[in-house]
Design a protein around this ligand. Structure first.
Ligand code: HEC
Length: 137
């Protein structure tokens, strides 16, 4: 393939990505996971994990619904990156809350989501994140 063809192919891929993902992400319009449950039954979870859940309910619903974390499946490494990223620091969430929230997210991933993975949604693709950041959701 020539360089020109490669360049055209790449441009077409980028445009397609916009066409496919932009409508879903653009209206900030809730991501599919934003429409899922906003609460989970944590009565069987250890006390410290239940506390992390309470902090998540208090801290994580200011911009998007708490349904977003509760209905997204990610690896523990991805949860760590998410919970410690600028997106929570900029939100003014007390830094002492973050380790508790992260403990809950990882525990809940293993004990609830991993048992029924098709009931939840994969993490957003980069273009969804870029559009959501631009729109502040
Ligand atoms: C200041 C507003 C704001 C607050 C508060 C906030 N988020 Fe977000 N969140 C966003 C935005 C904007 C995105 C999409 C772009 C991005 O990831 O930065 C997002 C995306 C996400 C995603 C999708 C995966 C990802 O990393 O992009 C998850 C999961 C998530 N947030 C969880 C949380 C949790 C857990 C908390 C509480 C610790 C939280 N959010 C608090 C604005 C916020």
């Amino acid at each position: 393939m020539s360089r020109m063809q490669e360049a055209i192919g790449f441009s077409v891929a980028v445009i397609l990505a916009f066409v496919v993902f932009a409508p879903a992400a653009a209206g900030q319009g809730p991501w599919p996971q934003d429409k899922g449950v906003k609460r989970v039954d944590v009565s069987s979870y250890p006390a410290a994990i239940r506390q992390g859940y309470k902090l998540l309910q208090e801290d994580c619903g200011a911009c998007h619904s708490v349904a977003r974390p509760l209905n997204t499946t990610m690896t523990p490494e991805q949860w760590r990156a998410c919970a410690t990223s600028a997106h929570t620091r900029l939100a003014g969430i007390p830094s002492k809350d973050i380790p508790r929230i992260l403990d809950f997210l990882i525990y809940d991933q293993i004990h609830r989501k991993d048992k029924n993975p098709t009931a939840f949604f994969p993490p957003p693709v980069p273009i969804q994140i870029a559009i959501a950041r631009a729109g502040g959701h």
